[in-house]
Design a protein around this ligand. Structure first.
Ligand code: ZN
Length: 397
């Protein structure tokens, strides 16, 4: 096969930070390539190592466009929070944590990310961070976390492509093999709590990976590289950068090999779980750690371990939700998610929000009274479940 025609890097400003800094996406590969991968980096401004790794990755793709083959195009946003990076803060200049703002979209940065995803429609999004290996309760036990790089998946039970899906198991296995063979410590991202319990992900906080996967149906993974900063010894930025770049390159290979699955994600569910419960595992989880005194690796047994999240209180999706016009906060939030009412509304005093396969799971989590994420707990939003309730179907067509 001939080499693909080199396509120069295109730089797109997808929006601006709250202080007016541009959010720059670097596009690599042919715009005609069918499979689109989005690397979202630096939502937390103080995680600078992963932003530098993303810039290196972009330069590597510019120098060697053949890495993308014929099937892939890649978009890289190295610095999603340029104000936080300039101010050396986790939060943006409004004092908000971008990765906790994907449900409400109150920041210009998350709004720009969602607009970009809605328009560019990546088949896989990689949300990249740095994690601290030195946590106080571990230091008190004389150890720090050993992983160089961790992977995780959406955990909210309403997300179709989530923890436990075979596609993610395959990606995890591939990265584990490649990174371990190259001498890096790889694992699944795990939170070890001060009380010794451990779990993956935060289904109760709808972060980028969960909300982007919910809203757009395509897989999202979390890539967490150990923070190699001087403040967070060991200070080994090159080692961590090599691990991060190796994972990024391996992701390209894996995505090409799984193009058919990524191009045809599973259909959106018709029933949506509104709450979740963590199952306790029968045995504790061995967490790889490093002894601070000797530098030797050991396994810390973390119990209780709660590996999986189970959905509860599932509802069938209605045909539409009727939201009173007075619920301006809800209607504005839906608009920020690109979800608009039908006009004109056939129900007096209400805006009618049609439920589609694409919007259904997110709408249910936002609007159902029983949802733990529900914006309304007062039953003022009506579920429209049958055609006799209204003639709204004409308004939809
Ligand atoms: Zn982070």
């Amino acid at each position: 096969m001939p080499n693909p025609t080199p396509s120069p890097t295109r730089i797109e400003a997808i929006g601006h930070s709250s202080l007016g800094r541009p959010l720059l996406v670097y596009h690599h590969g042919s715009p005609q390539a069918p499979l689109r991968l989005f690397f979202l980096c630096g939502q937390h401004g103080d995680e600078r190592a992963v932003q530098r790794a993303a810039e290196r990755f972009s330069l590597a793709l510019e120098a060697s466009p053949e890495l993308l083959g014929h099937q892939l195009q890649v978009a890289i946003l190295p610095s999603a929070n340029p104000d936080g990076t300039a101010l050396r803060t986790r939060h943006n200049a409004q004092g908000l944590d971008l990765n906790r703002d994907h449900l409400h979209l109150l920041t210009p940065e998350t709004q720009a990310i969602h607009r970009f995803v809605a328009q560019w429609r990546p088949h896989l999004t990689v949300d990249m961070h740095n994690f601290p290996s030195r946590r106080l309760h571990l230091l008190n036990r004389g150890v720090r976390l050993a992983w160089d790089l961790c992977l995780d998946f959406p955990t909210n039970p309403a997300v179709p492509l989530r923890d436990g899906h075979p596609l993610f198991a395959s990606l995890s296995e591939t990265l584990d093999q490649r990174l371990s063979a190259a001498g890096f410590r790889f694992g699944r991202y795990t939170m070890v709590e001060p009380n010794g319990s451990s779990r993956h992900g935060t289904p109760q906080r709808l972060d980028a990976r969960n909300v982007l996967a919910l809203r757009y149906g395509a897989p999202v993974v979390l890539l967490e590289a150990r923070n190699p900063s001087a403040r967070n010894a060991p200070h080994d930025p090159r080692h961590i950068r090599r691990a991060t770049l190796l994972a990024c390159h391996e992701l390209l290979r894996w995505a090409t090999a799984h193009a058919a699955s990524l191009l045809a994600p599973p259909p959106a569910p018709t029933r949506v779980p509104l709450r979740s419960r963590r199952r306790k595992a029968a045995s504790p989880l061995p967490i790889p750690v490093i002894q601070l005194a000797t530098g030797q690796p050991e396994l810390l047994l973390s119990a209780p371990y709660r590996p999986s999240v189970q959905g509860r209180r599932s509802v069938s999706l209605p045909l539409a939700y009727a939201v009173p016009r007075t619920e301006t906060t809800i209607l504005a939030l839906l608009r920020r998610h690109g979800i608009f009412p039908t006009a004109p509304s056939p129900i007096p005093g209400c805006q009618l929000i049609p439920v589609t396969p694409a919007t259904g799971p997110l709408l249910a989590l936002l609007l159902e009274a029983e949802s733990s994420f529900g914006l309304h707990q007062n039953h003022s939003v009506r579920r429209i479940t049958n055609l006799t309730e209204t003639s709204y179907i004409e308004a939809l067509s």
